[in-house]
Design a protein around this ligand. Structure first.
Ligand SMILES: [Cu+2]
Length: 201
């Protein structure tokens, strides 16, 4: 009320309270900053797994989160090569059997070049590791010479754009019971070993 501006005599008195206040304020600010950082770290740790689950009931969705989810419907797929087209390549899935329904493929490219994941529904007597390499082009089409891909006529889930080296991506697909081949169908990759079986039961 009467503590308005008093010019005289208050100047020295103002100095001390203000500097003390400033110190307290800085202390509080530092503490708050630490708290915020801690919350951000905690939040990040908690949000990763929950974001992984994927949402929606669409047949396929993709995400760029790096999930750590596990469960019967989660298949971790590793795409790898040692030196590009100059050596055998690998497509390794940590499961070969999953229950029918929503399946989350958590795909990581640990190789040196780009890769993709395509799930092909097998029909008739087709086997995952002996699909005819009779196609070429993008999209693949039957050719008489220069074939380096398998047919994608029965493509049921696809990462679309390729994964760059080091990239992880989630592909969610709703698959009915059946036999499938997981392949990378970039030119020559299937033939170099990028294929794995998947049974949906
Ligand atoms: Cu590949």
């Amino acid at each position: 009320m009467t503590t308005g501006p008093n010019n005289t005599g208050d100047a020295p008195a103002d100095d001390d309270p203000m500097s003390a206040g400033t110190k307290i304020g800085l202390g509080v600010a530092a503490a708050l900053a630490l708290l915020v950082v801690a919350l951000l770290i905690t939040g990040a740790q908690h949000s990763s797994p929950s974001a992984s689950a994927g949402t929606g009931s669409a047949s396929t969705t993709t995400g760029t989160t790096v999930p750590t989810a596990t469960g019967p419907g989660v298949v971790h797929v590793t795409l790898s090569d040692a030196q590009g087209l100059g050596a055998p390549m690998k497509l390794i899935a940590d499961k070969s059997t999953v229950p029918a329904g929503k399946i989350s493929f958590v795909i990581t490219n640990t190789g040196t070049i780009e890769h993709e994941l395509v799930a092909l529904k097998l029909t008739g007597s087709q086997k995952w590791n002996t699909l005819p390499i009779a196609d070429a082009g993008d999209p693949p089409a039957p050719v008489t010479t220069g074939a380096n891909k398998v047919s994608e006529a029965n493509d049921v889930a696809d990462t679309g754009t390729n994964l760059k080296p080091g990239e992880t991506r989630t592909l969610v697909a709703t698959l009915p019971a059946g036999n499938y081949a997981l392949v990378c169908n970039i030119a020559a990759h299937y033939g170099l070993g990028m294929r794995a079986p998947l049974t949906v039961s």
